[in-house]
Design a protein around this ligand. Structure first.
Ligand code: NAD
Length: 339
C-alpha cells in the first residue's frame, strides 16, 4: 500500500515489485483521460488500455476485457477508478489469476476486499476469492480532486456504512473495530470540507485515509441487515449503489440501535454525538445527497416486496430480522424521516 499526493508516480516501481512486465490499464469511459495520463508513466510496459468498465460488472464486459487481456499478452491489471473499475479488474483476476494493482479514485473501498461481483441476466452475483484481492494499492488523493461533490459524499457514506456494519458484525474483532471507528471519524470530518471545497487536498487525503480503513473493515468482517437491504434494492429494483447506501444507513442503524450498543457508542464517539443514527442522518443532511428512497426511483408499491426479499434469507444481524419492522425501516427510508 502506497499513500500520498503524487503517489501514482510509484506505479512503475510497484509493477517491478510484482514482477509485472505488461500491464493492461482499466477505467470507465468517463475516466479515459486519467487513464491515458497514467498509461504515459508506464511507457512500453503499458500493454494497452480498456475503458469500458461499467457499474456492477456486466458479464459481457468482463468477458470482453478478459479477451483483451489475453490478446494483448498482459501479465497484470492496473485499475484506475472506483468500485466499478476495480470490479472489472477482479473479474479478470478471477479467471486468470493475474495480479491487480489498484489505483482507487473514489471512497468505495473495493481495493481492500476479496469480494467480487458479476451481473448476468439482470442478476448480480457476489463471491469471495483471494485471487481478486489487489496485490498492491496506490492511494493518490490528487486523483480524487476531480470526483464531484455529490459522488464524493455518496461514496464516502458508502464507506462509512462498511465500518458501521463491521462494528456490529458477528465476527467483529477489536483491531478491525479500531480501524472502523477511525475510518468513520476521518470521513465524517473530511466530507463536509470536500463538498465546500472539492480541491482541498488535505480533506481529500483524510477522506482517502478513511476510505482505506473502511475498505479493510468491509474485507475483514461480515456485513449485516444494511448491506442486505442495499443489495436487494440495487439488485431487484435497480437503485444506484452509493446513494442507496447513504439513504438506508441511518434507518438500518436505528433498527439495530438497541441491539448493538457498543458499536453505536463507537460511532457516537467518532462523530462526537449522542445518537449514532441521528448523527449519521444529520451529517448526510449537510451533504448534497438524496435523503429519500422515493427520490432515487423506488415506488411506494415496491416496499413490501423489498421487505419480503430482504427478510427471506437474512444476513446475520444483531437484532432479529423480521418482516414488519424491516418494512417500517424501509417506509422511513422511503420518506426520509429523521430516525
Ligand atoms: P463507480 O466506480 O461506479 O464510479 C462512479 C462514477 O464516478 C463513474 O462514472 C466513474 O467514472 C466516476 N469517477 C470515479 N472516480 C472519479 C474521479 N476521481 N473523478 C471523476 N469521476 C470519477 O462508483 P463507486 O461508488 O466507486 O463503485 C460502485 C461499485 O463498486 C458498485 O458496483 C459496488 O457494488 C462496487 N463495490 C464493490 C466492493 C467490493 O468489495 N467488491 C466494495 C464497494 C463497492
Amino acid at each position: 500500500m502506497v499513500f500520498g499526493a503524487g503517489a501514482v508516480r510509484e506505479l512503475p516501481a510497484e509493477l517491478d515489485r510484482l514482477g509485472a512486465k505488461r500491464a493492461l490499464l482499466l477505467s470507465t469511459p468517463e475516466q479515459k483521460e486519467s487513464l491515458l495520463k497514467v498509461s504515459k508513466t508506464l511507457g512500453s510496459r503499458c500493454a494497452g488500455t480498456y475503458d469500458k468498465a461499467a457499474m456492477h460488472v456486466p458479464i459481457e464486459i468482463a468477458e470482453d476485457a478478459r479477451r483483451a487481456a489475453r490478446e494483448l499478452g498482459a501479465d497484470c491489471c492496473v485499475t484506475v477508478g472506483g468500485g466499478s473499475t476495480t470490479g472489472l479488474g477482479k473479474a479478470i483476476a478471477l479467471t486468470s489469476s493475474m495480479p491487480i494493482l489498484a489505483v482507487p479514485t473514489t471512497y468505495a473501498g473495493s481495493e481492500m476486499t476479496p469480494i467480487y461481483g458479476l451481473t448476468e441476466g439482470g442478476a448480480k452475483k457476489t463471491g469471495r476469492d483471494l485471487k481478486v484481492l489487489p496485490k498492491a494499492v496506490i492511494y493518490d488523493p490528487e486523483l480524487t480532486l476531480s470526483l464531484p461533490p455529490a459522488l464524493s459524499a455518496s461514496s464516502g457514506m458508502n464507506a462509512i456504512a462498511h465500518s458501521v456494519e463491521a462494528l456490529y458484525a458477528q465476527d467483529a474483532n477489536p483491531v478491525i473495530s479500531l480501524m472502523a471507528e477511525e475510518g468513520i471519524r476521518a470521513l465524517a470530518k473530511a466530507l463536509p470540507s470536500i463538498v465546500q471545497q472539492p480541491g482541498d487536498l488535505a480533506a481529500r487525503s483524510e477522506a482517502l485515509y478513511g476510505a482505506w480503513l473502511c475498505g479493510i473493515a468491509l474485507g475483514s468482517a461480515g456485513m449485516a441487515l444494511h448491506h442486505k437491504l442495499c443489495h436487494v434494492l440495487g439488485g431487484s429494483f435497480n437503485l444506484p449503489h452509493a446513494e442507496t447506501h447513504s439513504i438506508v444507513l441511518p434507518h438500518a442503524m436505528r433498527y439495530n440501535q438497541d441491539a448493538a450498543r457498543e458499536a453505536m457508542a463507537r460511532v457516537e464517539r467518532a462523530l462526537g454525538a449522542a445518537s449514532a443514527p441521528r448523527a449519521i442522518y444529520d451529517l448526510e443532511k449537510g451533504l448534497p445527497l438524496p435523503m429519500k428512497l422515493a427520490d432515487i426511483g423506488l415506488k411506494e408499491a415496491d416496499l413490501e416486496r423489498a421487505a419480503r426479499i430482504a427478510t427471506e434469507t437474512p444476513y446475520p444481524n444483531p437484532r432479529k430480522v423480521e418482516y414488519a419492522p424491516v418494512l417500517e425501516l424501509l417506509r422511513n427510508a422511503y420518506s426520509g424521516a429523521r430516525p
